[in-house]
Design a protein. Structure first.
Length: 130
């Protein structure tokens, strides 16, 4: 096994593909093995094949001839405005989650402190003198 930017074609020859990136190639041996060797391109999931076809926010088709604005490595956007909206939404969601976490911790500690300071009242027996 070796790393290469070249892709092995069906007839066994090696063709260079600069846009393919690094590939893992295996040597195909001519033996009576029952192992089936599949090209890596067939093993890729559909989500990786089309992640740059539409804007991640507004679902507009992305034109590969124009700029694509990336966020978090694999999220493509048609404009800076769409990317900034997504960043804002992610930051807001994260801030709300952190606020909820802080508030729930505060409420939990407050309840525990209240229980320790003020034990539940004992039952009172009322006598009446009439």
């Amino acid at each position: 096994m070796f790393w290469s930017k070249k892709k092995l074609s069906i007839d066994g020859s090696i063709k260079a593909k600069s846009d393919q990136g690094l590939r893992i190639l295996t040597k195909m041996e001519t033996s009576n093995s029952k192992v089936v060797v599949k090209p890596i391109s067939l093993l890729k999931s559909k989500s990786y094949d089309c992640y740059l076809k539409v804007c991640n926010l507004c679902i507009k088709p992305l034109d590969l001839e124009k700029d694509i604005y990336m966020y978090k490595g694999d999220l493509g956007f048609c404009s800076e405005k769409c990317r900034e909206r997504q960043i804002y939404m992610d930051e807001t969601r994260e801030m709300e989650a952190n606020t909820q976490r802080i508030l729930s911790g505060f409420r939990r500690r407050r309840c525990e402190t209240t229980r320790r300071r003020h034990p539940p009242p004992r039952e009172r027996v009322v006598f009446s003198y009439s």
